[in-house]
Design a protein around this ligand. Sequence first.
Ligand SMILES: C[S@@+](CC[C@H](N)C(=O)[O-])C[C@H]1O[C@@H](n2cnc3c(N)ncnc32)[C@H](O)[C@@H]1O
Length: 208
Amino acid sequence: MNVQQAYNSWAENYDTVINKTRDVEGKALRKILSEIDFKTVLEIGCGTGKNTEWLLGRAKKLIGVDFSSEMLERAKEKIKNKKAELIQADITKPWNFAKGEFDLVTCCLILEHIENIDFVFEQANSVLKSGGYFYVGELHPFKQFQGSKAKFETGSGIFELDCFVHQVSDFFQASKVNGFSCVELKEWFDEGDQTSTPRILTMLFRKN
Ligand SMILES: C[S@@+](CC[C@H](N)C(=O)[O-])C[C@H]1O[C@@H](n2cnc3c(N)ncnc32)[C@H](O)[C@@H]1O
């Protein structure tokens, strides 16, 4: 099963199974992005729309993109808002959804499935307005080194998805060579316990 097929299978219970990574990232995004203003949003890998409704509460226009038809279907069931457009596309191909018109691009729990993050930063830069923000919220690489990865229960056992590890310095370097400055970097812990391994890494970049 490739990543796209896996998310098509996972979609049915993605929102309902216990998933600390999904939930901690959702809290982190709300905290970080409540501190900035944006009207237009491109949500990369929107999935079932975990963050979409919250983003729509603050935006005038949102485009959500995902390559899983089943994840998108769940998002469409939830989101009946004329300000939102949900598009099926593969983000490893050029982003022809829109050019140079977004205040904010968000990427949540998707880059672990993308080998070449440099391309993603390049495309994010091309669709953002000058001074626009690029928010990234990912499973922390420390957690990945402890064996955590995207996985779900199937009828015949646990299925683990193909994942890549990106170091914190990989994100920083990809941002730097693609015209961004990192304006915030935070680590998020289970139950706020800072003596444990951080679960989520968030970075807020700004287009130079
Ligand atoms: C773990 S889910 C995260 C969904 C949502 N952002 C969230 O935080 O709940 C990862 C999503 O990325 C999507 N995805 C993975 N690779 C992709 C690609 N190359 N192009 C578009 N979407 C992709 C999957 O279909 C899935 O919906």
